[in-house]
Design a protein around this ligand. Structure first.
Ligand SMILES: [Zn+2]
Length: 94
């Protein structure tokens, strides 16, 4: 039996399938970026493609904690763009 990889969203804390979440990584070089294809090396954090989760994560500095480093403002911008792109083609927002 194949197990589905589950990850917790850093915003709402819900466990979801890895492929349903957006991955952010800190690379071994210390660069923090959105990992669009999920194959980048490094320490990862996951978030739902939901602006509410992004806002929660931002307010709680959840990304800073998850990745143990300072998160540049550009990363939040890139993440917001990914969230927007996902919610456009994804599920309806509550
Ligand atoms: Zn979430």
């Amino acid at each position: 039996m194949k197990s589905i990889p589950m990850r917790s969203c850093i915003g709402c804390g819900e466990k979801k399938e890895k492929k349903q979440l957006i991955r952010v990584i800190r690379t071994p070089e210390g660069e923090v970026r959105v990992d669009a294809n999920g194959r980048g090396n490094g320490r990862g954090a996951y978030i739902c493609p939901d602006p509410a989760c992004l806002e929660k994560a931002f307010k709680r500095k959840a990304l800073t904690r998850a990745l143990s480093c300072e998160i540049p403002g550009e990363l939040y911008e890139a993440l917001a763009a990914s969230v927007a792109a996902c919610s456009e083609r994804g599920e309806p927002q509550a």
